[in-house]
Design a binder for this molecule. Sequence first.
Ligand code: ZN
Length: 650
Amino acid sequence: MIRKLLIFILSGILFCANVVNAEEIVKINNVNFDNSDSVIFIGTSAGASSSLEIQKGKLSNPDRIFLDIKNAVYTQNKSNFILKNSLIKEFKIGQFSTNPNIVRIVIYYDPSFKPEDLKVLKHNNNIFLKINNETPKQDYMTSIYDELKDSNSKVDATLSINADSINKMQETQTAVKLPIEPPEDDIFNEINKAFNETTSQIYLETNAAKVGANFTPSQSVRGNNEPFKEYKLRSKYYVDKINIKNGNILISGVGIVNVKRFIYLANPNRIVIDLPDTIVAQNIRNSELKISETEKVKIGQFEPTTARIVITTDSYEKYRPIYSFDLQGLLIANDERMDNIKLSNNSADITRIKVIPLNSITDNVLINFSDKIVHSIKRDSNKLELNLYNASAFDVIAFKNAFKSTSLETSRMEKLPYQGIKITIPIKPSSTVDCYENINATQLKITIKTPKPIEHKSKAQPQAIVPANISGMIVILDPGHGGADTGALRAGQAEKDITLDIAKKTASILINKGIHVEMTRWNDSTVTLQDRVEFANLKNPAVYVSIHINSSVKPEINGIETHYYRESGYEVAKVLHKSIMANIDSVNRGLFKSKFYVINHTEAPSVLLELGFLSNDKERNELLTEERKNKSAQAIADGIINYLKTQPKR
Ligand code: ZN
């Protein structure tokens, strides 16, 4: 199914030389590339009715490819772009001649790159250069399934722009306002816009000489002292088609698709699937498609760079995401409608499976294939299912040996009903899973993190590190937000991730001191306020601490607040606030009596901490550091212990 459709899609965008209307000059406005460096986007002013003529050639000494865009004017100054993750090292774009008008792109590449692996694609008269790196030289793995959000786990790809082109961006900003602006319904206008928004942010950040949290992780110096700055480009997938085929949902577009963990919601029963770093074409946003008599699907732009798919269905457990080879297509397939669907023409042998325990909580599973693999990843609370649709059988003994003596030992392999292999890996509800695929779809890497279970410390264990009265007391930590609820969002950073990090660190300090800790969530899951309160009231804790990060429309505001509502929370609020202010160098905004849901409805002494402002650039940057998170966690843990010490034994 995917294969057929992809052929259909590709035939629609494959470049072919067309007769050009001599009177029309095409403006080349915008050049960009995605964060895997495998797609270069060249935005043009050409309308849908006009056509582009591109000539491709090769030069040597040094070896380079040139592409001449006929009858075109490059509206910016000559630019150089350096790629980091690709066999293409650099490309230049500029006006080659003015009579005739030719814009030339020159591409410099690694000796191991084959020029024929550069595909020139054309879509609505915008140009995509797609690099198929058949040589598995690069170890770049692109994230395709994402539950973890900590910076160590994610491959950070960057976009490099030289200082000169940053200056040019101001001109681009004005140029956009000229009447050559493409019509509203031009879907690629949105890509342009998205990239322009990114560049305008870059410009603003640079202009204000500020370091934004999402930008400038490093600054390097290049060759002739020309300063280079690295910026993240946040959109790497552009969806412009959604179709229903035999009761399955096919999403396709340009770039690289990445899927978040499915979220299941009730009333009505539905699956929510988020695609991070994704832009949805305006013309398919919010249109509803019927999957079957009782099921429907909708896609929308949930956040500036997150697409959201909502499937209304009663059989939510039957759906899983199947990735196409090139990661440009996603089939959200229903297991029961998979017969008669052929996903690929090739068969891929599993050549190796390797399980690498990274540390006591993290395992990496690496699977290599002899050819491109079509797969799906589905995570349930207790297992991870990896369907390899075009894989041939792998030696059962070799499989067992790979997992032997690891925490994933009970993993198993079986045949899929029609063709292919299913690998089932046992995980815990608290586990987080991330998957990566290499650029030529012959290797998958699955990272599984399972936090240590919180056990009631038995009486036999020494508990002298905390006063005797504390043993047996339960502390509930409530990391604010989670899952679909991101909390505050600034510069690509979500409150929910910071609150979880701090809560986990706090938990581990307290647990190490022999204190019984419960968390309302251990991972990036959606938990309602009602559920948090219900959970707390069930556990009868000595204290309930909700952890949040603040935000304001006024970016200059920063500092720390502690909230309580009921009288029983006042004392713990005072002690915690004091401990936090003693350890963190930020503005003391004081104690507040606030009727927040979780601190109003929990029976235990409860507080809600606002540990800084995400909306303040300086504080956001600090909040993202391990140092600030560790300090916050230590201060909260110390405060909790100090408070518990004053409480009568329960
Ligand atoms: Zn919050």
